[in-house]
Design a protein around this ligand. Sequence first.
Ligand code: C5P
Length: 231
Amino acid sequence: MNYNKQIIVALDFPTEKACLDFLKNIDPARCRVKVGKELFTRCGPALVKKINAEGYDVFLDLKFHDIPNTVAGALKAAADLGVWMVNVHASGGKAMLDASREALNYQQAPLLIAVTVLTSMGIEDLSQIAVINTPQQQVQVLASLAVNSGLDGVVCSAQETDFLRLQCPSDFQLVTPGIRPSGDSANDQKRVVSPRLALEQGSNFLVIGRPITQASNPSEKLDSIIQEIEA
Ligand code: C5P
């Protein structure tokens, strides 16, 4: 199997220059990229268009969560930027997910992914917002909601892929952050999984940031991760 494009590099840079300098070393045929809230809020849609025009598939990770009409409009605006993948919070509810699907219900629309429970939230955080489920139960509830509304997949922890793979349709995309190649620092991630194990456990796309963006030679680092996966 060709794993080149299953790696999504998280472009967590504070400036447009830092981002574009980094991308000079990264071949768009070897990976996809993710633009999150920090870079988007600083540099805006113009940078997304620029990255897209350079040939990168962009996952616009803005995790929309609002009333259905507003989310639908935001998703259409994101699609107009030409991005490859967008996401919303599944906890926005069925009506919001249905409106999201309807807004992006055409061929060539970006993949529409839902966030279930943020991996930063534990059982106590859930009880503080009156959710009595465990994180795993809540992930299962929200993933079902996403499946039922016809979304294309979910962002989840690599620890959740085993049961989600059984619960969700085989073409449902599981996108997992918290990935660390063997020997790399976990940084602030609490539970990390190697790229190879994540794919073996059913992940479709691996979001990897600092191990690549902060490497002395990012292009070589990307190659070494691809080799680690293919070995
Ligand atoms: O540098 P690192 O590989 O830890 O970056 C992971 C990326 O995935 C960051 O952009 C982070 O915001 C994102 N992410 C995450 N955990 C989640 C959801 C998103 O680490 N649950």
